[in-house]
Ligand binder design. Structure first.
Ligand SMILES: *Cc1c(COP(=O)(O)O)cnc(C)c1O
Length: 397
């Protein structure tokens, strides 16, 4: 090593040459660069004309591209994009596709923030919205207006685990020329393939099962029609809804084990729901695998043998029992997320559904003793033991 001569002009701000190597990294490199330098104006012009390559990270970067391609593969599509969150995926669709005077119908049990976006934000831009019960295609049909542009549904409702009438809704959309957008976060491409069943647009909160480790907040959106996809992409870039390279890098790493995680968590959810259903004090267990599920036949038809990792249960004894239950299960994080490697518990009455009146919650079947479980990767026997103990404690309260 030669020493840098003293008193030379400072060049620390110059980026070093990247060392070359004929061997290549096996792991996806993380590329945080905001900008990409071009050799000359002709080259930059050509790149813009082709719409290829990278110029500025808000407009696209390699870590978003590789992640999008992987999720495209799962959904059987191409041209999907990554957004900064699940909500920004929904935002990019609304901003790219809708205009003042349009009407949108949403399932009445959509993710809470999606409901809020529809109730409070879209009307500010002159877009009308209605909510209807997606388990009943007739209720959705009754909400259709001449200006209905889009119907937004989740296949499995949160936290009541009801199954939407996807075939009925898809037929309505096809007959009336309405766009069908499916939020496939809960079901994932492993449980449901929306494009095989009439969807026009699919979004994901990648934050949840796909990334799977609760350390990255991201979304994904893909549309069947390339011209629609272009509008959504432009909205994503223009409104700055685009993702961080680091989050994409983490999510791409997490996604490598998605299929294994999903299968394991789903198998455990089947086992756990069967075990909880027999316990004293448990008044209800909701999982699509169970024959007593209110939509069991539809679940079998739509999801086949992929009932997923999300389940809910109810204990007798109201809020007092609920407090005792979470206190007796300190190793099961009581936290409002889902799809993590670890099992999490949530209590909708005090979190996602606290803004509803008690009558509103009762109508949905959400009592003070109602819990949602996002089943993770723990040993099923451990989970069953922990919840059995916690439920027993809840009944002493
Ligand atoms: C979490 C979630 C969202 C929002 O995703 P974020 O990544 O938190 O913005 C949307 N839909 C469903 C079904 C979700 O669970």
């Amino acid at each position: 090593m030669t020493e840098t001569p003293k008193n030379q002009p400072n060049s620390l701000a110059r980026r070093p040459k990247w060392p070359t190597s004929t061997s290549r990294p096996v792991v996806t490199p993380l590329q945080p660069s905001v900008v990409y330098a071009s050799p000359d104006p002709d080259a930059l012009d050509a790149q813009y004309d082709e719409g290829s390559g990278f110029t500025y990270a808000r407009e696209g970067h390699p870590n978003a591209s590789v992640l999008a391609q992987k999720i495209d593969g799962l959904e059987g599509m191409s041209g999907g994009i990554i957004t900064g969150s699940g909500m920004s995926a929904i935002g990019a669709v609304f901003l790219g596709v809708l205009q003042a005077g349009d009407h949108v119908i949403g399932g009445d049990q959509l993710y809470g923030r999606t409901l809020r976006l529809m109730a409070d934000d879209l009307p500010k831009f002159g877009v009308q919205t209605s909510l209807a019960d997606p388990t009943d295609a007739n209720a959705i049909a009754a909400a259709i207006q001449p200006n209905t542009k889009m119907i937004v549904v989740e296949v499995v409702s949160n936290p009541t685990i009801r199954i939407a009438d996807m075939d009925g809704i898809a037929k309505l959309c096809a007959d009336r020329g309405i766009l069908l957008m499916v939020d496939n976060t809960f079901t994932t491409p492993r449980g449901y393939q929306p494009f095989d069943h009439g969807a026009d647009i699919v979004i994901h909160s990648v934050t949840k099962l796909l990334a799977g480790h609760s350390d990255a907040t991201l979304g994904y959106v893909v549309a069947k029609d390339p011209s629609l996809m272009e509008k959504i992409n432009i909205a994503n870039v223009t409104w700055g809804l685009t993702p961080s390279p680091f989050d994409c890098w983490l999510a791409e790493r997490g996604l490598q084990s998605f299929d294994l995680r999903y299968d394991r968590a789903e198998a455990t959810a089947i086992e756990l729901s069967a075990a909880l259903a027999g316990l004293p004090g448990v008044t209800r267990v909701l999982h699509p695998s169970r024959p007593d599920h209110p939509d069991h036949n539809r679940a079998a038809k739509i999801l086949g043998n992929r009932p997923g990792n999300m389940m809910s249960f109810e204990v007798a004894g109201g809020r007092k029992a609920a407090n005792a239950l979470t206190n007796a299960a300190p190793d099961l994080p009581f936290a409002p997320t889902l799809g993590d490697v670890g099992t999490t518990l949530s209590h909708p009455a005090s979190s996602s559904h606290r803004a509803l009146s008690e009558a509103g919650r009762t109508a949905l079947g959400i009592s003070e003793g109602f819990f949602r479980v996002s089943v993770g990767l723990e040993d099923p026997a451990l989970l069953i033991a922990e919840l059995t103990e916690a439920i027993a404690e809840s009944q002493k309260a």
